[in-house]
Ligand binder design. Structure first.
Ligand code: BYC
Length: 315
């Protein structure tokens, strides 16, 4: 049983949340709130960093200098997002090295979407349009998250994600309006990325173990299904506008509700990918592990330099 003091602290904490007062790092917070945030924010940080890999794969093969410069900037932005987010976990008392080791050991999750391969240039368009589009849908409400440092980080992240989404849509629009081969390439990318993009929002509400509590704490402002529906409603007309077909025979607009209804997501595939059995899970985590190993000498040199300077100062 909770003692009186803890119950009173929890009551005051929830009162603040209900009044939309931000929770800051030094404020009292229930341990479960702290752990939920560390889990979500570190997974989010890992997604940004692992998310650099499928696109990084195409920087050297971008079709022209303009596309290369844009893609390079986008991938660098993702690195920046990862760094803000790792810093946000540190404000909650998490150890950054430990969170990164958890990614490398397979203990920590990251977004399922980055376990799919990028096999053509059109995939850069599909990722920007659909993956960043889904990310924005999920992250704009996070700008109003109850935890101050996460909410503030999300403001800048969302601005950059909007630019990412537009550059992706522009690639798709150009390919869809190009030669028949280019249009086929765009359609193929849409076919492969559509369903995994819907999966990014997480399991159905009935299966989502964290949503109810996270909504109560205003970490999440919407449920997974609500955001998924918003994404479908916004994206389907965009596909129609550029002459591409959403690969879902059950997709139809319901004039009464004002929403599109869509087919059943393959949840078996989703959970397999989340468990580590997707097409690229091993490759992605190996790449991150190798990057850490290859950077060891830089960290050693920086630490030795810092130690030497500290010694000089104290002398
Ligand atoms: N993939 O109870 P639920 C990006 C896990 S990338 C893998 O609904 P919650 C970008 C979930 O973690 C976008 N795992 O959980 C970067 C939980 O497992 P644990 C990244 C998933 O937390 C580069 C279990 O399933 N965005 O921005 O209430 C280029 C049950 O789920 C997934 C964020 O991370 C998934 N798709 O809701 C372009 C946003 N879905 O932890 C773009 C912040 C669920 O109990 N995160 N799981 O072991 C969130 O908003 C929420 O954490 C989620 C899941 C909506 C993702």
């Amino acid at each position: 049983m909770k003692d009186f003091d803890t119950a009173e602290l929890e009551r005051k904490f929830q009162e603040k949340i209900d009044k939309d007062i931000k929770i800051e790092p030094k404020d009292w917070m229930p341990d479960d709130y702290r752990q939920t945030l560390i889990r979500q924010i570190s997974q989010h940080a890992h997604s940004e960093i692992v998310g650099m890999l499928p696109e990084g794969n195409w920087i050297t093969r971008a079709p022209n200098l303009r596309r290369k410069a844009v893609l390079l900037a986008k991938v660098q932005d993702e690195a920046g997002h990862g760094l803000y987010l790792y810093s946000a976990t540190e404000t909650l008392g998490a150890d950054r090295e430990q969170t990164i080791d958890d990614l490398h050991s397979g203990k920590a999750k990251y977004s399922s979407i980055f376990n799919y391969p990028t096999v053509s240039w059109a995939d850069m368009g599909a990722i920007g349009w659909l993956v960043d589009g889904a990310a924005i849908m999920n992250q704009v409400p996070l700008c109003r998250c109850s935890y101050g440092p996460y909410a503030r980080a999300m403001v800048r992240v969302c601005k950059e994600e909007s630019f990412h989404q537009r550059q992706g849509f522009e690639i798709m629009m150009q390919l869809a309006g190009g030669t028949p081969e280019q249009k086929a390439m765009a359609q193929d990318a849409l076919n492969r990325f559509w369903w995994p993009s819907l999966m990014m929002f997480g399991p159905n509400d009935a299966e989502s173990k964290h949503t109810a509590q996270s909504v109560k704490w205003k970490i999440k402002r919407h449920t997974n299904d609500e955001l998924r529906q918003q994404f479908v409603d916004v994206t389907v007309p965009q596909a129609e506008m550029i002459g591409l077909t959403i690969p879902d025979k059950d997709l139809k607009f319901n004039a009464e509700t004002g929403h599109y209804s869509y087919g059943e997501i393959d949840w078996t595939e989703f959970w397999e990918v989340v468990k580590g059995n997707g097409p690229c899970n091993k490759e992605r985590v190996d790449a991150r592990r190798k990057a850490k190993e290859n950077g060891e000498w830089v960290r050693e040199a920086a630490n030795a330099f810092a130690a030497k300077r500290a010694l000089k100062k104290s002398a």
